[in-house]
Design a protein around this ligand. Structure first.
Ligand SMILES: Cc1cc2nc3c(=O)[nH]c(=O)nc-3n(C[C@H](O)[C@H](O)[C@H](O)COP(=O)(O)OP(=O)(O)OC[C@H]3O[C@@H](n4cnc5c(N)ncnc54)[C@H](O)[C@@H]3O)c2cc1C
Length: 248
C-alpha cells in the first residue's frame, strides 16, 4: 500500500526532472486479493486509505487474486492488465523450518504453533517470529509478521525457558499486547489506530512520523532523521536517486 502511494507520487514528481516524460500517462494499479486494503485496520480507516490512494491516482482493485505474471502482463483470472513494471508485495515466504521439523506448514510456509508457542507434538521446540503462525484464541487468522509480535514472542519464550531451567512451571500462554498500528499512504496521508483511537490524514501522518523518530535509538539519530525529513518535506526532494546512465 505504502509502495503504491509512493509510486503514484513519484510518477507525478518525475515530470519536474525529466521534461520528456509525460507524467499523466503513468498508470498505477494496485491489486489486492482481499476485500479491502490494509485489512488489519478498522474498516473506516481501510476505506480512507483506499480513498487516499485513489486521490493520488492509484487504481485500487480488491477481491481479485493475481493468477499469473508474464512479461508485460498480469492476469487476474481471465482479465489481463498490461504493465511495464510489476512489483510483488504480497507477503514473504516463511523459512523452510516446517519442512525441517516434519510438520505441516500453514499458508505461506509458516510453522503452526500452540498457545505456548511450542510446535504441536514437540513440547521441546518453539517457533517464533515470522516463522511461526500463531493464531490467538478466538482469532480467525495468525498474528501479523511484524517486529513487535516477534519481539514479544522472543521475550515470552525466554521467560519460559528461564523458568524451566530453574525447575519452575513454564507459565501461561502467549498473549500479544499490541500498542497500535500505522500505515503511511503518501505525503500528508497516513492511518493510525491505537485501541479505540483512530487517526487519519495529516494528523495520522504526523503521528506516524513522530512515532518513527521516537523509536530510533539515540538523540543524534533522532535529530538527524528529523532534519532530513523536514528538509525533504520542505523542498519536495527525495532522499535517494539512482542515475543509471540510460538515456531518457
Ligand atoms: C521490507 C520489510 C519491511 C518491514 N517493515 C516493518 C515495519 O515497518 N514494522 C514492523 O513492525 N515490521 C516490519 N517488517 C517485518 C519485520 O521485519 C519482521 O516481522 C521481524 O523482523 C521478524 O523477526 P524475526 O526474528 O522473526 O525474523 P528476522 O528479523 O528476519 O530474523 C531472522 C534472522 O535469521 C537469519 N536466518 C535466516 N535463515 C537462517 C538460517 N538457515 N540459519 C541461520 N540464520 C538464518 C536471517 O539472516 C535473519 O537475520 C518488515 C519486513 C520487511 C521484509
Amino acid at each position: 500500500m505504502e509502495l503504491a502511494g509512493a509510486i503514484a507520487e513519484l510518477a507525478r514528481s518525475v515530470a519536474r526532472d525529466f521534461r520528456h516524460i509525460d507524467a499523466t500517462s503513468a498508470r498505477v494499479v494496485l491489486v489486492e486479493a482481499g476485500p479491502r486494503v490494509l485489512s488489519t485496520f478498522h474498516p473506516k480507516l481501510s476505506e480512507r486509505a483506499r480513498r487516499d490512494l485513489e486521490e493520488l491516482g492509484v487504481e485500487v482493485r480488491t477481491g481479485g487474486r493475481v493468477t499469473e505474471i508474464a512479461p508485460g502482463v498480469a492476469r487476474i483470472g481471465e482479465e489481463r492488465i498490461a504493465a511495464g513494471t510489476m512489483i510483488w508485495a504480497a507477503g514473504v515466504q516463511a523459512s523452510p523450518a516446517a519442512r525441517w521439523l516434519g510438520v505441516e506448514a500453514g499458508r505461506g510456509g509458516h510453522v503452526p504453533v500452540g498457545p505456548d508457542l511450542t510446535v504441536p507434538g514437540h513440547p521441546e521446540i518453539y517457533a517464533i517470529g515470522d516463522t511461526a503462525a500463531h493464531v490467538p484464541d478466538g482469532a480467525e487468522r495468525p498474528l501479523p509478521g511484524v517486529a513487535p509480535v516477534a519481539k514479544q514472542m522472543g521475550a515470552h519464550v525466554g521467560r519460559r525457558i528461564a523458568r524451566a531451567a530453574r525447575g519452575k512451571p513454564e507459565g501461561g500462554p502467549f498473549r500479544f499486547r499490541g500498542r497500535g498500528a500505522m500505515a503511511t499512504i503518501g505525503r500528508n496521508r497516513a492511518i493510525a489506530q491505537m485501541g479505540r483511537l483512530r487517526v487519519r490524514g495529516f494528523p495520522g501522518w504526523m503521528l506516524w512520523g513522530l512515532a518513527h523518530v521516537y523509536f530510533l535509538i539515540g538523540f543524534r539519530n533522532r535529530l538527524a532523521v528529523l532534519m532530513n525529513w523536514t528538509w525533504a518535506y520542505a523542498t519536495w526532494q527525495r532522499g535517494v536517486r539512482l542515475i543509471t546512465g540510460a538515456q531518457i
